[in-house]
Design a protein around this ligand. Structure first.
Ligand SMILES: C[S@@+](CC[C@H](N)C(=O)[O-])C[C@H]1O[C@@H](n2cnc3c(N)ncnc32)[C@H](O)[C@@H]1O
Length: 280
């Protein structure tokens, strides 16, 4: 019986992939790919940059595309020590909560603050953006990529218990589960365009650029009829360009070279007490 069910889903996925290949290339852009190239591009422009990968987890996905990874100082920060232990290619690994009392480094010290698939897991994304803004040096850049709050898969993810989501992904989308990057508790707090725009303004960040993705139907490939419905929905949003309903977002913003708005705290200690540096 189980084999029959598995074959049913496998057959549905083959149908979904056949349709996927016929979808416009611009529509199918993958957020993770956009992010990797964007961060690598910023690093390749100048040597000796200080980069903080927040929620860095097991790996910094942009590193393979950086011309001289050893020419920069790369810090991975994550709340989960177990994840960070596997992240062996960085200069410094720091266990800390990105939403608490500032990032554990001196204000204004980072050239780049980046994150992929972190914002949706935070209970307080406003605190996180404020921390990132403070960590950036004047003229520094932040890049964040994350799935958005109102995408159908995000609504499902918020309604279902996380252990069930993990089991569904392992069963229905095994190649994703193998990446070991799915199944963290997700809140999607502030994860939509107008809220992000507002946070950038509140933190005095400028020169913002956004890339929106709409193709979230990929989550529904195991059931072809539902995949077709979702593709129609995604294509419609993409054609209309409804940014608040996008399924994913890449946001890039800069701290102005001369601060007009951002109130700076007095110099903080290099590490807050809540942070632990992992031994290499
Ligand atoms: C989906 S994983 C993404 C990992 C990595 N950025 C990537 O793209 O492969 C989310 C990561 O965010 C971390 N995380 C969740 N909440 C956090 C917080 N409050 N502060 C710092 N890291 C957090 C998790 O431990 C996990 O490693």
């Amino acid at each position: 019986m189980m084999r029959l069910v598995s074959r049913f889903f496998a057959f549905n996925r083959r149908l979904s992939f056949a349709l996927e290949e016929r979808l416009p290339a611009g529509f199918r852009h993958h957020l993770h790919t956009l992010y990797k190239y964007q961060v690598a591009d910023l690093l390749n422009r100048r040597p000796h940059q200080i980069v903080i990968d927040v929620g860095g987890g097991k790996e910094c996905p942009f590193l393979p595309f950086v011309d001289d990874p050893g020419g920069h100082v790369l810090v991975a920060l994550d709340i989960a020590e177990g994840e960070l232990r596997q992240n062996t290619r960085v200069d410094l690994r720091v266990v800390a909560d990105a939403t608490l009392s500032g990032l554990p480094l001196r204000d204004g010290s980072a050239d780049l603050v980046v994150s992929r698939s972190l914002a949706e897991h935070l209970r307080d994304t406003r605190a996180y953006f404020a921390n990132c803004a403070r960590a950036l040096r004047p003229g520094g850049t932040m890049v964040h990529a994350f799935p958005c709050r109102f995408a159908p898969f995000a609504l499902v993810n918020r309604v279902l218990p996380t252990p069930l989501v993990r089991r569904l992904i392992a069963y229905l989308l095994p190649e994703w589960a193998a990446e070991g990057n799915y199944g963290f508790v997700a809140y999607y707090d502030q994860c939509y365009y107008s809220a992000i725009k507002d946070m950038l303004r509140a933190n005095g960040l400028t020169n913002d650029r956004f890339v929106f993705t709409y193709y979230q139907s990929m989550y529904f490939t195991p059931f072809f009829p539902l995949f077709c419905v979702m593709v129609s929905y995604d294509l419609l949003l993409w054609a209309l360009g409804i940014r608040n309903l996008a399924s994913g977002m890449l946001v890039i913003a800069e701290r102005p070279a001369v601060d007009a708005v951002l109130p700076l705290r007095p110099a903080a200690p290099a590490e807050s007490p809540a942070a632990t540096e992992l031994a290499r």
